[in-house]
Design a protein around this ligand. Sequence first.
Ligand code: SF4
Ligand code: SF4
Length: 220
Amino acid sequence: MAPIPGSGLAKGLAVTLRTMTRKSVTAPYPDTQPDLPPRTRGVIGLFEENCTVCMLCARECPDWCIYIDSHKETVPAATPGGRERSRNVLDRFAIDFSLCMYCGICIEVCPFDALFWSPEFEYAETDIRDLTHERDKLREWMWTVPAPPALDPGAEEPKELAAARKTAEKLAAARTTEAAPPPVGTEPHADEQARAAESPTRPAGESKQQTDQPRQEGRE
Ligand code: SF4
Ligand code: SF4
């Protein structure tokens, strides 16, 4: 059956009239900020304290747009007679967001939780070369990463939290020991304290030999 002449126009006008009476779904950005989901893949933040320069992210990135430079540093032995260790120190960490395809592989493969998605998206540039962002900028974006969701009630505490608490307790104990008064028997003797009071240049507990030594050295 042939269409009635003008029916297409009538249908089009009906759609126009229907849409005119509905609330607009477009938002006038940037006056109105978009309401994005908190886990939006906006940009990648770097928590460089966690980065061990293992290079896994750079190797796995399909676009080869992660640039890492580092050097080796020798760490002295922790115990007397122990062996020195060497560790990687991060010199440069940059991501070229003009190449990045936001696949998230680098974040998934990082074994040390050093990379995170941030919902920040306002980093457009007029020059493509300015889309390579260095570690300072990536670190700045780290502070826009939303906090992780709360644990289920009754869930086991993550081992990272337990380890962090242990370290904090050790540090607190070490500070308390430093601040505590010296044990009984190690204070300067009473007559030594009296001598120290007579001689204001000689601190209590310091022997005469110790205080005289620099003067003798000065004479030599
Ligand atoms: S999100 Fe994908 S493309 Fe972008 S830097 Fe990471 S691995 Fe490379
Ligand atoms: S995978 Fe993680 S720890 Fe390894 S270099 Fe990349 S960001 Fe650093």
